[in-house]
Design a binder for this molecule. Structure first.
Ligand code: PRX
Length: 677
């Protein structure tokens, strides 16, 4: 089956459709201080001025050499931005700020235990630490421009330091979300061809100091089985000078970074002058097949786009204290904790732990203590904090000027709590819609220019021109109330360049569906397929309904149904597996798993547990299904295809529709009875 085909059961089909809300206007105090108040920005970034309009973002950066070609389309749809330009991301995020800001905090590291001191890392200290780490990566680990290195780090300051050290050398980092399993890390090591893994001994999560080094052992072993040898594992210490994991070090392979750094004391590494289109990093994400894909992001275009949007959408000034509560292991953290904010000299907060540890007042205490005035999080966290601590924000003396929501649709009711209680009615909110692939925001209001509308992301960003197509390729006009497949008409500098090692899949999955001419070198012929369904109101505000493909968005994180199903199929007794999205009060969506067993096996709790364990082991806890339903058979079409639509209806307690054409309609009633206990 071609990947472009729409699946039968998508998130979008089970989306809740809420009412169109009234506008809410930004407060005058916010507008008075905002970085972008000039409405003509939309004219400057109109399609008529494309692609040169993006010079405005690129000019926020310091270039060694200016580009000669803004957009090179000769290898369509692999777009190259700012060709001829030479730049270094580490230089732009660190060195160039020293003159004015060396004494200012770049990163506030907040440990999860409240009795541990917050670390305020100045730009000068960041400069020193990035340089010393870069020297170690180059001279001890032998890494050089173009090599890939896998990082499996949690939320500590060592993560951005390692990323910036790689960027300094032109080494392509591939950071794997710390919560992923060793096996998931191994898959990414293999795909990216990394022979160095950077990790940490331990970190705090929910009050427990987790042994993280054990995952490195699993990862290295599993990668070796798949033919990728990891020569060196570089291990940061959560407590410098003390090894705090139980797992022993492997002689000749494992090295303690904090010890090695002593040899690089005072080292300074000249930043590599990178071509703008050379890759900066890979970020793996789930897609429609079992194998996660490595989205390859560029250096110049990506940094220009994240710097521009951090300045104009996040409204970050060097004097602000900015806290994005996402994990740097996801794209939000790369773009809006590390690269975008640091490129514009922000003070960015890195918080180690979970939002509600030890209680739901924690985020607001951090905000109060650090005087955070820009706050950025996902609906899943907002829902959870609202549920367990609805009155907590009032108890603390902080005031945000700006708040962001990202990662999934936000219910107007939840939006209003965020606005009234967390923002105390005085902060603007931006609902930013985008993806791992897109590097930066696609749709959002500009906070001092456009009014907010709860539940809607807002119009296309300057220079981003959305268009909605129906399944036949007709344009769905704004204001018709009809949903369709939302695409972007034009390339933009933040967009990924390809899927690492798989250009065909990149073209097939993102561009084939609405391509007007596969031989064309004109960007106008290549609309980008986002994979989301959306409705656009008459005012151009976009409301996202969810995924149209086999991807489930759990707490704002993407999981491929095929990945979960493959993990279930590893259990010996399992014959078939099908995952469907189910609505969840806090997480937005959750996977629900159905399995049937091979002949001769009986359903048992033990098998259910084996399936759960396999999923946790292969992917991580994040992918844990709500239930493992062991069914006698799957509802199937006469041609033998599993009818996920029917299973999704059952999981979501919705009518299952017409099942008479199934090969085995009686199974639906049986499953229903089993689910009711
Ligand atoms: O379905 C959309 C949803 O998250 C998907 C992208 O997930 P990921 O690549 O993990 O990146 C998440 C952070 C950018 C999208 O295809 N999504 C993201 N932001 C929003 C959203 N859905 C509705 N509203 C949003 N603001």
């Amino acid at each position: 089956m071609a990947e472009k085909e729409v699946v039968e059961t998508s998130e979008a089909q089970i989306a809740v459709h809420w009412q169109e809300e009234e506008y809410i206007y930004p407060p005058a105090e916010f507008i008075a201080q905002a970085n972008m108040t000039d409405k003509t920005i939309f004219d400057r970034f109109s399609l008529d001025n494309f692609p040169n309009c993006f010079k405005e973002y690129a000019d926020l950066l310091t270039w060694y050499e200016y580009w000669h070609t803004t957009l090179d389309t000769s290898d369509a749809p692999c777009w190259k931005w700012f060709v001829g330009g030479k730049i270094n991301a580490s230089y732009n995020c660190v060195d160039r700020h020293l003159k004015e800001y060396k004494n200012k905090t770049a990163i506030h590291f907040v440990p999860e235990p409240e009795d541990e001191k917050v670390e305020h890392i100045t730009y000068q200290e960041l400069y020193v630490r990035v340089n010393e780490m870069a020297a170690l990566l180059r001279d001890f680990a032998g890494l050089k421009r173009g090599d890939r290195v896998t990082l499996h780090l949690p939320m500590t300051a060592e993560l951005p330091i390692t990323m910036l050290a790689c960027a300094r050398l032109g080494v392509i980092h591939s950071q794997v979300f710390g919560g992923f399993s060793g096996k998931a890390c191994a898959d990414r090591i293999v795909d990216s061809g990394s022979n160095v893994l950077v990790t940490i001994d331990s970190y705090y999560r929910g009050g427990t100091l987790l042994d993280h080094k054990e995952k490195a052992d699993e990862a290295v072993a599993a990668a070796a089985q798949d033919g990728q040898k990891v020569d060196k594992v570089l291990i940061w210490q959560r407590y410098p000078g003390k090894y705090s994991a139980k797992t022993p070090l492997v002689e000749g392979r494992d090295f303690i970074v904090n010890d090695l750094l002593k040899d690089y004391y005072g080292a300074r590494v000249e930043p590599e002058k990178m071509d703008a289109a050379e890759p900066l990093f890979l970020m793996y994400t789930s897609g429609t097949t079992g194998k996660p894909k490595g989205c390859q992001h560029s250096t110049g275009g990506y940094l220009a786009y994240t710097a521009g949007t951090s300045k104009y959408v996040q409204d970050i000034h060097p004097t602000d204290v900015y806290w994005c509560m996402a994990d740097i292991g996801w794209i939000t953290g790369h773009s809006y904790i590390v690269y975008g904010p640091l490129a514009i000299a922000a003070s960015s907060v890195v918080y180690e732990g979970i939002p509600n540890y030890p209680d739901p007042g924690r985020p607001w205490r951090i905000a109060q203590d650090l005087d955070v005035n820009i706050f950025h999080t996902a609906p899943t966290a907002i829902r959870a904090l609202r549920k367990i601590g609805p009155d907590e924000p009032k108890k603390y003396n902080y005031q945000f000027k700006h708040m962001t929501t990202v990662g999934e649709p936000i219910e107007p009711e939840v939006w209003k709590w965020y606005y009234e209680v967390v923002g105390k009615g005085k902060a603007v909110i931006v609902d930013t819609w985008w993806q791992t692939e897109t590097g930066g925001f696609l749709c959002s209001t500009l906070p001092a220019i456009s009014p907010m509308k709860p539940g809607s992301a807002g119009p296309g960003m300057p220079g981003i021109h959305p268009i909605v197509y129906d399944d036949e390729g007709n344009v769905v006009e704004p204001g018709t109330g009809k949903a369709g497949n939302i695409c972007i008409q034009n390339p933009w500098p933040g967009a990924f360049q390809t899927i690492w090692g798989d250009r065909d899949r990149y073209v097939r999955q993102y561009y084939e569906r609405y391509c007007k001419n596969p031989d064309s070198k004109d960007w106008r012929d290549w609309p980008y397929l986002t994979g989301d369904a959306a409705v656009v109101a008459a005012d151009g505000y976009v409301r996202i309904l969810g995924r149209i493909d086999d991807v489930i968005n759990v707490s704002g994180h993407r999981l491929g149904t095929k990945e979960i199903e493959s993990a279930a199929l590893l259990v010996e007794e399992v014959a078939e597996a099908a995952v469907v999205p189910v609505a969840h009060e806090i997480k937005g969506k959750e996977p629900d798993l159905y399995v049937s067993l091979k002949p001769g096996y009986e359903a048992s709790e033990e098998i259910q547990k084996k399936v759960m364990d396999s999923i946790i082991n292969e992917i991580g806890k994040i992918a844990k299904p709500r239930n493992v339903w062991i069914v006698a058979d799957m509802p199937k079409t006469r041609s033998g295809k599993i009818m996920r639509r029917v299973l999704a209806a059952l999981s979501n307690k919705q009518p299952e529709g017409d099942v008479t054409t199934l090969a085995n309609p009686e199974i639906v009633e049986q499953i229903k009875q089993m689910m009711q206990g």
